[in-house]
Ligand binder design. Structure first.
Ligand code: HEM
Length: 270
């Protein structure tokens, strides 16, 4: 197959997948239009966006395509991928798993009637998530276009040229990180580094005007899901599989996931 025919084959496949995805997502949006409240009795994020769409008060109106891109494409894969990477890293580092699980069980058990409101107390779990986002940012390349000609490090970047900011490489740069390849959540304990776009060596949510607007929602999803997984289950690798056997190779995609599926032995925690 020539490069050109491979490209048009990929494009055709992409268009077919896009059509299939549209059928599913249009159906989700239609159901939200019909049922004004979620199964939990109140509005969910899609209801809110539909309401804003109907109010027509924004300078740039929201279309269904925006809802599909923002909530489903930008919002689901990124969090799901990070949860998967976090579980893999926890399985590779049993002492970190034990510490995170002890914290989660201590805090959630103490507040067993209202577990949603205590997630902010899970300090160590937050460090685990930060370290996972450092080693495995789901969006490792940030695209930018140059507004005016600039020379950076001897390279001339002309107006309109596209630049990819390699967050993945910045997150592993030994000039900014001690033992950068090591999964070590404690590194964030002693240095105040946040992902709000001001610390340029750590940009899992990007920076500037186009920075991720879903940080709070994404973090809440990851904290809630991981805390429930750690609270309710014990996790180990299948018989005969050692932590160092886990292949950390990455897949291509909108969000960079781990390529092989993760197989684990799960036991409910009583
Ligand atoms: C682990 C969770 C997430 C990560 C790591 C993440 C990361 C990112 C990154 C790196 C960007 C590009 C920022 C830039 O170019 O400077 C981005 C953009 C975006 N994200 Fe997220 N994201 C996450 C969750 C979410 C969620 C939950 C939503 C919505 C529900 C969301 C909505 C968006 C949108 C709409 C954009 C495009 C913003 C724009 O172009 O102006 N993200 N995200």
């Amino acid at each position: 197959m020539t490069d050109e025919s491979a490209m048009s084959f990929t494009r055709r496949r992409l268009k077919t997948m896009r059509r299939k995805l549209d059928v599913i997502l249009d159906d989700v949006i239609d159901r939200h239009k019909r049922l004004r409240n979620s199964e939990f009795g109140s509005e969910d994020l899609i209801h809110v966006l539909l309401r804003v769409q109907e109010e027509e008060k924004l300078q740039f109106p929201i279309g269904n395509d925006n809802i599909k891109a923002d909530v489903f494409t930008a919002g689901t894969d990124t969090s799901a991928t990070t949860i998967d990477w976090a579980m893999v890293e926890l399985l590779r580092h049993p002492q970190v798993m034990a510490k995170a699980q002890a914290e989660v069980r201590h805090v959630l058990k103490r507040n067993s009637t209202n577990q949603n409101n205590v997630v902010h107390e899970l300090k160590y779990l937050k460090l685990v998530i930060k370290e996972t986002l450092r080693l495995h940012p789901p969006t490792p390349l940030l695209p930018r276009a140059c507004k005016e000609e600039k020379v950076i490090n001897g390279y001339t970047i002309r107006t309109g040229e596209k630049v990819l900011v390699n967050v993945w490489a910045m997150h592993r740069d030994p000039r900014y990180w001690k033992e950068p390849e090591k999964f070590n959540p404690e590194r964030f304990e002693n240095q105040y580094l946040d992902f709000l776009g001001g610390d340029f060596q750590f940009l899992p949510f990007g920076a500037g005007k186009r920075m991720c607007p879903g940080i709070t929602f994404g973090l809440a999803t990851m904290e809630f899901t991981l805390s429930q997984l750690l609270y309710n289950f014990d996790w180990k690798l299948p018989e005969g599989v050692e932590a160092e056997d886990l292949d950390m190779i990455e897949n291509n995609g909108m969000a960079v996931a781990r390529k092989p599926n993760l197989f684990v032995v799960v036991t409910p925690y009583n």
